[in-house]
Design a protein around this ligand. Structure first.
Ligand SMILES: Nc1ncnc2c1ncn2[C@@H]1O[C@H](COP(=O)(O)OP(=O)(O)OP(=O)(O)O)[C@@H](O)[C@H]1O
Length: 613
């Protein structure tokens, strides 16, 4: 009940803030019109009593009241419905904004790895329209409740016994509430299956997945799994609804018996002369209205319950404890310094063991660093930690001696530029897709042009139908789609928009590039830059070991830990994991022998051993 009230308060607060005048009008007028509607019954009573007593004035006055109230209530309700719909949209829009801020606002992104957060967010996203619906349901319920109370009061004036009718509605109301509770619980329990269903639907309709779906003939399998996932969540929901329906039917039965008994009492009073015929008609009219209002309430309470439950889920998301979200962070950071990880571990939410660490690592100012290791070694996790996207689970990351946990994450991220392994395909205008790398310069064609140039992506854009102004992607009919490598080059250009970053992070930046582009890219990023005073720390994750050898330092990760660390030649001398990986890699390349012989010519391969340096 507490969460209902808190959700209702939030919805009303949002409506009042979104449009104070309309909100107050709707919240006051709708119940008022419903109370006024009860005057129809009074008019009808006077009409009947006037007719029975042959009192024309009384009969005509009653008729006039009946007609006027009916017309007024009809018109006023239409106006109130219009107002309510406008507000409903505004409330929905405001919650959409809040939801976007909730997901994209937190300092870190680790919540996206928490299944509980994802399930709740998925439910809230699916039921977004219910935020506006919650306001509408509140208003309609208030209106119906007012109508109900007015009817009971008028009936009680005829016979006080009739005031007991609401007591017989209580079991029905409890049954309605119980059904809504168990259906909501079933929906939460089925959220995981619903998420799977949504993912399968995306898979079956996503153009990127289409080639493999066709090739491996996965259409049928996806449909089967989709049906199975639906069955899991639907079975739970339907079972909950059925149980609730049985309880509601029992509640209805009790109420109907009570109403029939009430009508019997009034009929007896008319026959004994203690009530007028008009009063009997009044009770009959209000009694049937009571049935209507109760039916309406049973529907509306279900609607209200469901929509307030969505609001409560939103509140749960809003209250999600984001690690490292404490305020009062420093806005100061040195321009240059070493980036140091000190006993750092990172565990994904819900995981028992850390994906990374403990790690101690010093990345000297201006150094170029390559991070290598097997799949799942923790390279991307390390990059995300350095970008400040996750807070370490234990240990600390410092820059220039300053603990980044004490620094505003926004400040740190404004110093970092990155191209991630799963880079985003911003389906905007080409210049915007690059320009979002520095929002302040999004309209600066020159800045975008030089970022494209430095990422080797200028020709891609030059060949587009409208150059920088071409729309990218398939979402819009006039959009041009790009190849994976072309998208990746635009992502690299985006990373070049920040002109003087402190740290440059590149996670598999060349995975989709041709060998020439890759070699050129890594040459640019990994050329030793310690001699330049303002050079950033550059961290490159790559599986192509032959292309990262020029880095000042190479970090070898294995099962989340650093197993080796040093320059290429030193690591080869150590003849450990890196040397082994490097030799395998060089030999596996089509031109492996050529690489090896070139290395031998430079004295980097121990003669006859195949071991490279
Ligand atoms: N969202 C997640 N939730 C739980 N565990 C995760 C998640 N993402 C990654 N992991 C786990 O963390 C470990 C490190 O993953 P990470 O992606 O950092 O490896 P990687 O070295 O970048 O791999 P690759 O070379 O394949 O890109 C792996 O064991 C992986 O299973």
């Amino acid at each position: 009940m507490g969460s209902w009230l808190s959700a209702a308060r939030l919805v009303v607060g949002v409506a009042v803030r979104a449009d104070p005048r309309r909100a107050v009008l709707v919240l006051v007028l709708v119940p008022l019109f419903n109370i006024i509607a009860a005057a129809q019954a009074l008019g009808l009573r006077s009409m009947v009593d006037g007719a029975v007593a042959r009192q024309l004035t009384e009969a005509l006055t009653g008729g006039l009241v009946l007609v006027l109230v009916t017309v007024f209530v009809h018109q006023a309700s239409a106006v109130a419905t219009d107002l309510r719909q406008v507000l409903q949209q505004r409330v929905g829009l405001e919650f959409d904004r809040r939801l976007m801020a909730l997901c994209s606002g937190p300092a870190h992104v680790s919540h996206y790895h928490d299944p509980e957060f994802l399930d709740t967010a998925e439910l809230v996203r699916q039921r977004r329209t219910e935020f506006g619906g919650a306001f509408a349901a509140l208003v309609e319920n208030a209106g119906l409740l007012a109508r109900f109370v007015a009817a009971v009061v008028l009936m009680a004036l005829v016979s006080p016994m009739l005031a007991l009718l609401p007591v017989f509605i209580l079991p029905l109301a409890l049954a309605i509430r119980w059904q809504a509770t168990i259906v909501a619980a079933a929906e939460v329990a089925g959220a995981e299956a619903d998420r799977q269903r949504a993912a399968l639907l995306t898979l079956a309709t996503d153009p990127a997945a289409a080639p493999e779906v066709r090739l491996y003939r996965l259409g049928g399998e996806i449909a089967t799994r989709h049906r199975a996932a639906f069955a899991v969540s639907a079975r739970r929901r339907e079972a909950a609804r059925a149980r609730g329906a049985v309880a509601m039917a029992a509640g209805w039965l009790l109420f109907c018996v009570a109403l029939v008994a009430g009508l019997y009492l009034v009929t007896r009073s008319v026959l004994s002369g203690t009530a007028s015929a008009g009063e009997a008609v009044l009770v009959l009219l209000l009694g049937t209205r009571l049935v209507g209002a109760t039916t309406g309430l049973s529907f509306l309470i279900g609607w209200l319950r469901r929509s307030l439950h969505t609001v409560a889920l939103y509140q749960r998301l809003a209250g999600y404890p984001h690690p490292g979200a404490a305020g009062g962070r420093s806005q100061e950071l040195p321009e240059r310094g070493d980036l140091v990880l000190d006993g750092v571990t990172f565990r994904y939410p819900g995981e028992a063991t850390p994906a990374l660490g403990p790690i101690d690592l010093r990345l000297p100012a201006g150094a170029t660093v390559a991070v290598v290791g097997d799949n799942g070694a923790g390279k991307s996790t390390l990059v995300a930690l350095l970008a400040g996207l996750y807070p370490p689970s234990t240990g600390r990351v410092t820059f220039g001696g300053q603990d980044l946990a004490q620094v505003d994450p926004e400040l740190w991220r404004s110093r970092v530029t990155a191209t991630f392994q799963d880079f985003c395909r911003f389906e905007l205008l080409a210049r915007e897709s690059v320009g979002v790398g520095r929002l302040g310069a999004i309209d600066d064609r020159e800045a975008v042009g030089s970022a494209l140039e430095s990422a080797g992506a200028a020709t891609i854009v030059a060949e587009l139908p409208a150059g920088l102004d071409s729309r990218l992607g398939r979402t819009f009919p006039d959009g041009t789609d790009l190849s994976s490598g072309q998208w990746q080059k635009l992502a690299l250009a985006r990373g070049r928009m920040r002109t003087a970053p402190t740290v440059v992070l590149l996670d598999e930046p060349a995975a989709s590039l041709d060998p020439d582009s890759e070699a050129e890219l890594l040459r640019r990023y990994l050329a030793p830059n310690g001699s330049t005073a303002d050079a950033p720390i550059t961290v490159v994750v790559s599986h192509r070991l032959t292309t990262v050898r020029d880095a000042d330092l190479i970090v070898v990760l294995h099962e989340g830990r650093i197993v080796e660390y040093g320059p290429h030649a030193e690591l080869l001398d150590r003849a450990g994991r890196y040397a082994e990986m490097y030799a395998l890699h060089a030999a596996a390349y089509a031109d492996g022998p050529a690489v090896l012989s070139a290395a031998a010519a430079r004295g980097e391969v121990a003669a006859g051993s195949g071991q490279t340096r």
